[in-house]
Design a protein around this ligand. Structure first.
Ligand code: UGA
Length: 429
């Protein structure tokens, strides 16, 4: 099929590339000329395992192309996906101006032929209805259907998630859109769920909020483990063995971050309020997530007493492992708090340093993991990079002034670290 994706950011680029990989002809649109040129030259602006190879392969095969022209994309494509940012606003609601702007631009370029406009950006319930109204306002005789098709990919495993999805959700307001949408997704071999427009939009917000709830729940239980001497990993394993609960997203740590969960939770709370429901449960999820960072910082203060002029080595700046994304990263928040208290921070991340530098200019970013330990009063693990597990931890300890190790992601083995001579502290263990 001929498909267009408007917005070549994280979601748009990965989705467009995977659509091309299964045989569709895809035009990716972005209004950033520099980005389009660099994509045309094969340069990928984000680190995502497997993406660069797939982009190059599909560009070479003539199935994937990049342009700044929405007009060309609308003319060539039956199905047009909107995958533009929906950034948070100070009051927690979502800024939908990019979605609205693209809807207007699509309207201008419609010529009378049937088109399906699909919202892939994460949006509050009832946005699809607004998109349809907007297109009709600017092109009253437009022959279109608006569809909601939320994405469930995780950064760091986005290509794998997209190529092997658990389910495809397609929210429609008319039956006419169902067959072409099924044709888009048939090659992915996953269950396709057809819903109404509003339910599809809610599935996305409700799913992300539920996953964040699982994380806050296990973090709250971790606090009880610390107070009672129980071990959160054994508790999570025991809970997770129940199929109704599942082990995934029960890893305790310093809390969730990233460009999705914090924003989507606030947006869901806000839209619920607008619809007349006070979503107190999710407000508590946010509070627990905030507490988690504070509790971690408290442990560091309890050991080091005064942070001013203390040398602290930080491993991990990205919001999770396998990504260079540092947006709303808890690691960055923790580093900022340490700097604000006068600590001297040396930090390392396998992929996220370039993007982190501007956010924490006072921190010294070093080229290897080992260097953060030089003369350090304490070392902190703030991102769950598996690479950190296989570091030469004895060598790291020898470089430190005092062997205090704070593992905010429960990445390392407590017995092993203690046997190496570290005073090792993690979360709920
Ligand atoms: C999340 C969802 O998992 C995706 O399904 C969704 O498509 C995506 O948001 C989105 O809305 O675009 P993502 O933000 O990429 O994906 O990353 P996650 O793997 O969900 O991790 C989010 C945060 O939770 C990270 O900071 C991670 O460290 C933390 N986390 C995750 C935990 O603290 N414990 C866990 O057990 C799992």
């Amino acid at each position: 099929m001929n498909l267009a994706i408007v917005g070549s950011g994280y979601v748009g680029l990965v989705t467009g590339t995977c659509f091309a990989e299964v045989g569709h002809r895809v035009i990716c649109v972005d209004n950033d000329l520099k980005k389009v040129h660099s994509l045309q030259d094969g340069h990928i602006p984000i680190y995502e395992p497997g993406l660069e190879e797939l982009v190059k392969k599909n560009v070479a095969a003539g199935r994937l192309s990049f342009t700044t022209s929405i007009g060309d994309a609308v003319a060539a494509s039956t199905v047009i996906f909107i995958a533009v940012p929906t950034p948070p606003q100070p009051d927690g609601s979502v800024d939908l101006s990019f979605v609205e702007g693209v809807a207007r631009e699509i309207a201008v370029h419609l010529t009378g032929e049937y088109r399906i406009v699909v919202d892939k950006s994460t949006v509050p319930v009832k946005t699809g209805e607004r998109v349809a109204q907007t297109i009709k306002r600017y092109k009253p005789d437009a022959d279109i259907d608006v569809v909601s098709n939320p994405e469930f990919l995780r950064e760091g495993s986005a290509v794998a998630d997209l190529m092997n999805p658990d389910r495809i959700v397609i929210g429609v307001s008319s039956d006419r859109a169902i067959e072409p949408m099924k044709e888009v997704y048939t090659p992915f071999n996953a269950p396709i769920m057809i819903t109404d427009l509003n339910s599809a939009e809610l599935i996305k917000h409700a799913s992300n909020s539920f996953l964040a709830l699982k994380i806050s729940y296990i973090n709250a239980v971790a606090a009880i483990c610390e107070a009672s001497g129980a071990n959160i990993e054994l508790v999570a394993d025991g809970m997770g063995a129940d199929k109704r609960i599942g082990r995934a997203f029960l890893n305790a740590g310093i809390g969730y971050g990233g460009s999705c969960f914090p924003k989507d939770l606030s947006a869901f709370i806000r839209i619920s309020e607008e619809l007349g429901y006070n979503f107190r449960l999710l407000k508590e999820v946010e509070e627990i997530n905030q507490d988690q960072k504070d509790r971690f910082l408290k442990k560091i203060r309890e050991s080091l007493w005064v942070l001013r002029h203390k040398k602290i080595g930080v491993l991990g700046l990205a919001f999770k492992g396998n990504t260079d994304d540092v947006r709303s990263s808890v690691a960055i928040t923790v580093v900022k708090a340490l700097l604000a208290e006068g600590a001297e921070v040396k930090a390392y991340d396998p992929k996220g340093m370039e993007k982190a530098q501007a956010l924490i200019p006072e921190a010294k970013l070093v080229a290897t993991a080992e260097e953060v330990a030089d003369g350090a009063d304490a070392v902190l693990v703030l991102t769950e990079w598996t690479d950190f597990k296989s570091l030469d931890w004895l060598g790291i300890k020898k470089r430190m002034l005092s062997p205090l190790l704070f593992d905010g992601r429960n990445l390392l083995n407590p017995e092993e670290m203690r046997s190496l001579g570290f005073t090792y502290t993690s979360v709920g263990r």
